[in-house]
Design a protein around this ligand. Sequence first.
Ligand SMILES: Nc1ncnc2c1ncn2[C@@H]1O[C@H](COP(=O)(O)OP(=O)(O)OP(=O)(O)O)[C@@H](O)[C@H]1O
Length: 349
Amino acid sequence: MKNDDVKVRATLVTKEYDLYKKKSDKIKSLFKFSHGSIPSFWALKGVSFEVKAGESIGLIGINGSGKSTLSNIISGIIPPTSGTMEINGEPSIISIGAGLKKQLTGMENIRLKALMSGMTNKEIDERIDDIIAFADLGDFINQPVKNYSSGMRSRLGFSIAVHNDPDILIIDEALSVGDDTFYQKCVDKILEFKAEGKTIFFVSHSLNQVQKLCDKTIWMHYGDIREFGSTEEIMEHYKKFIRWFKKLPKKEQKKYQKRQKGEQKSFTLEELKEQTLEDEELQKQNLSNKQLAKNLERTPLGDKMTIPTRLLLLVTVLATVFCMLVSFSGKSLTYSVIHPTDAIMRVFK
Ligand SMILES: Nc1ncnc2c1ncn2[C@@H]1O[C@H](COP(=O)(O)OP(=O)(O)OP(=O)(O)O)[C@@H](O)[C@H]1O
């Protein structure tokens, strides 16, 4: 990253989800070389922003606007389809129960997460009492997480995440399920993190909570950043939008939602390229043509398999089926490789 002060920089980040009708369509798609027939949905349509050390950012927006998708990409849980998410530091996400193994007890989850984050057993032993005390789950700490209420999961998740000492803390609706005492404890911890210069993303439908905790706010709207600025200013605009929307007749509301969702379905990377070339804000970032082209390509680490991977999968499946047929035919593998039709025909005779 160019500027050391920048902790998170998103450049033209998109996320495409395939809208499979049946589970079998998903399996079939693994063998297809073109995605043409599968309808897709763009949960993010080219999101760009910069966040500096010590900033706490609220993420607001109506249901389905892309808040969780964005926070999952920041925390590295899912890859973007295209664009880059540069992270300068260690992110840790807290969402209700995310990353907790339901079959394991609270205690086992603490150890597992700590080991996964690179802590040694000695370091875990030193810190485990604090984590347990913060979660304040009593005897439930030795019960499987599947028996926990959503509030209890949130307590455990929050406690593990804050004791991991992350540089970037992402809180996705985790505070909405806790009781008042736990909520206050979390708020104190968040303010402590802020004072230490850590970066915080706070996803919430509670505008009061965002107002209390965040200096700046991103307003997500149908896969785009509609506005990014001081919390006070954005809140005012967002509340105005909500009032406007609620006043619309039901039929008009449906029409508005349908049009926006329709744009998320018909969106293409080509369209993003055209918009980007006209976008003055992005031009200010001085992206070279090469950087721009890279950000508009699908990332190789995206969750869709590349053509070579698909080919490899296809060859592996065909080879497995062939080996099974050979074993049923009673012929040797060498014979079957030389006379494949003969060996296969024997199975069906
Ligand atoms: N795995 C998926 N497959 C298909 N569509 C998905 C998938 N995950 C999310 N979406 C869609 O992407 C859009 C953004 O979802 P996301 O969960 O990021 O929204 P959100 O703003 O966090 O919503 P909420 O406020 O309801 O939590 C939604 O329309 C959602 O239906």
